[in-house]
Design a protein around this ligand. Structure first.
Ligand code: B12
Ligand code: SF4
Ligand code: SF4
Length: 357
């Protein structure tokens, strides 16, 4: 059996804060994933059911895999003060550089070091068809909280994951300490009631899904629940008692750059320029129209009539009907009169809904 010490050292040297190891077998709890998809809880993330065989057993992609390295980067920082004006909150994981790039580079370096040790590897961060949390749980990289996130006892859930399957059998690490016990805080605190049961999230009700992944308009019944979240949502983690004193990583790449967005500015900035401003960050994921849609939701929730002129000027004529429809709704919520000659069905549906409200 290979000495795991060199591997742990290599992983730490390239910038992974946490490393755990599990033996490869069929993915634990893969049936829960199948049930989740069968119930439509992946919403419009049509890519999720793809690669089912690999999700169920990574050896469908890497038949030589014997062990998995569960790798973690801790990313917590204290939220900087609200700069004032009409602002929206960004979820913590997105405050700095895009973790796909950051961790992807670290993974690449680690794979090169493993190659030097004669070890073959395959894996990824987020985008490969790997059920990262069940593997992290199996390796003892935290335990799975009722909000479905991995929590490191004595540290926090402000932890991003990467997985690397290797062709050597390594001694597995200990199972994680801790658990949720009788606590239910996250389930109760979720502003949009997105947990049909503990350890199960319905993406169709999750603010994170709607502000990052979704292309369309969120259901009207959920919009007020978005509160000030303009990108992602951290509520289920903020209320968790395991996150009361998280460590802050002292790393330049993880430092907060945009914890708050100026919503008027998001609307007024031309789309291409907006995307350019957020190059290399997760904020590009919903596209410029998605960010503007999100900004309109939050402006409506802020209830500040001062936003009306900006919405009329910059959003009501936007080339994306989702933005125009969101603008109609925001204007209505801010008490402004909305007369729209816009014939697009999405916009018309919003106008009708506002008229009948
Ligand atoms: C799709 C996805 C989403 C979707 C769906 C989220 C979800 N809960 O499924 C949306 C867009 C909503 C989302 C939101 C977020 N995401 Co996301 N997302 C993913 C992705 C790509 C796939 C997750 C997946 O397969 N979901 C399907 C469900 C069925 O799987 P699961 O939740 O892992 O469920 C397993 C367990 O719950 C377990 N289980 C079931 N029952 C039981 C019972 C018990 C007792 C136990 C112990 C376990 C257990 O079995 C299930 C597997 O079958 C992963 C990356 C990856 N490839 O894994 C990142 C990932 C999960 N996301 C991540 C993050 C950071 C977030 C956000 C915090 C971002 C934000 N701040 O806005 C939110 C958190 C919302 C939440 N409470 O989960 C991190 C989580 C890190 C961590 N510490 O756990 C990941 C791992 C990305 C990464 N590489 O770091 N995400
Ligand atoms: S991320 Fe926000 S909306 Fe999604 S489950 Fe957690 S608290 Fe609910
Ligand atoms: S808030 Fe409570 S129930 Fe939710 S993950 Fe944290 S400890 Fe578990």
């Amino acid at each position: 059996m290979q000495d795991p010490h060199a591997i742990h050292q290599a992983a730490r040297a390239v910038g992974f804060h946490e490393v755990r190891i599990a033996r490869v077998r069929p993915t634990p709890r893969a049936d829960a994933f199948d049930r989740w998809v069968a119930r439509g809880r992946h919403a419009d993330m049509h890519w999720m059911p793809r690669g089912r065989d690999v999700r169920r057993d990574p050896r469908a992609r890497a038949p030589w895999a014997r062990s998995v390295l569960a790798l973690g980067v801790l990313h917590h920082h204290r939220r900087p003060p609200d700069p004032g004006g009409r602002t929206g909150m960004v979820a913590r994981y997105a405050w700095g550089r895009d973790y796909h790039n950051l961790m992807g580079k670290r993974l690449k370096k680690l794979r090169a070091r493993l190659r030097d040790l004669g070890i073959r590897s395959w894996g990824g961060v987020d985008t490969a068809p790997i059920l990262e949390r069940p593997w992290a749980h199996a390796a003892g990289l935290g335990f799975t909280g009722k909000h479905t996130l991995q929590i490191l006892a004595g540290s926090s859930s402000w932890l991003l994951l990467g997985m690397l399957f290797v062709d050597v059998a390594l001694p597995p690490t200990e199972p994680a300490r801790g658990g949720c016990g009788t606590c239910r805080r996250c389930l109760v605190a979720c502003p949009t009631d997105a947990f049909p049961a503990p350890w199960t999230l319905d993406s169709r009700r999750c603010i994170s899904y709607w502000t990052i992944e979704a292309k369309g308009l969120p259901p009207r019944s959920l919009r007020a629940g978005f509160g000030r979240w303009v990108f992602g949502c951290d509520v289920c983690q903020e209320v968790c008692p395991h996150n009361h004193a998280p460590p802050d990583p002292d790393e330049d790449d993880l430092r907060p750059r945009h914890a708050w967005l100026d919503l008027d500015r998001v609307l007024a900035t031309p789309d291409a320029e907006l995307l350019e401003q957020y190059r290399g960050t997760p904020l590009r994921r919903p596209g410029a129209a998605g960010l503007k849609r999100n900004a309109l939701m939050v402006l409506a929730n802020l209830g500040d009539e001062g936003a009306v002129d900006g919405i009329r000027e910059h959003a009501l004529e936007h080339n994306d009907p989702v933005v125009r429809a969101a603008a109609v709704w925001a204007l209505h919520r801010l008490g402004a009169t909305v007369r729209s000659a816009d014939g697009h069905p999405l916009v018309q549906a919003e106008v009708r809904a506002c008229d009948s409200a």
